[in-house]
Design a protein around this ligand. Sequence first.
Ligand code: GLN
Length: 281
Amino acid sequence: MNIKQALFRAKMLLAGNNIEDASIESEVLLGYVLGIDRARLLASLDADISPEQRQNFMKLVARRSKGEPTAYITGHREFYGLDFNVNPQVLIPRPETELLVDRAISLCREYKYNKIADIGTGCGAIAVSLAVTMPGIHIYATDISDGVLRVAGQNAAKHGAEDRIKFLKGELLEPLQEPVDLIIANLPYVRQREIPAKGPLSYEPASALNGGEEGLDKIGGLCRGVGSKLNSNGSLLLEIGQGQGEAVKVILHKYFPLADIEIEKDLAGIERMVVLRLTQY
Ligand code: GLN
């Protein structure tokens, strides 16, 4: 069997199980089995694969067709142009979150920020992307789990950012010992009743998704503590879910009646980010 035939079989199987992007997913999985990247795979469509490679590949395709995310099968996910190690202890980074990274970078440039805290860092996607893009910046990255912090630490080391990211273990802002210029967080915000028992989301850690009844338990907890951990001209960037913008704005207004608060949508037109900027008064 050659690469083209193997891909065709996988694609049919995945598409038949309602997996979107069946072609790309098949290519990523076969590339992983063969130890080559997608570009090389697509340049070698007529090359034969061994029966063993075929068997390994079809096993992975079967796992994927049952709903397991490709990123957990391969242990990798790309975010902000960088390769991140992931495992089922951490949320798989989403492309929408790149919006927060872009915004953080422009805020840092505009207001000359040099200390950031990424709260609930997970695999470290936000912290590492910021460290790689802005070598002069110092970053704290917090999480509640040792296992998660290990993954984030590996990713920092892999991208040469371990000396500029200080990892701290603890709940929300608690482990932060000094105020920073920018607090950025993609906390769990899915409403508890909306976490499915089946499908790709069910493979991801509830601790990274479950935001309680309205999805705002963790975000609300963070907002309560921001005042004492943000410098006077600092900013807060929060990822949010569909329809949560106004509620988060109300929470923030309670603590910061005079601050600028914006809600921004992602490319799909869904409310995705709340930006709070403190002004000196
Ligand atoms: N964006 C994720 C999802 O709905 C949720 C991530 C989160 O809770 N921070 O798939």
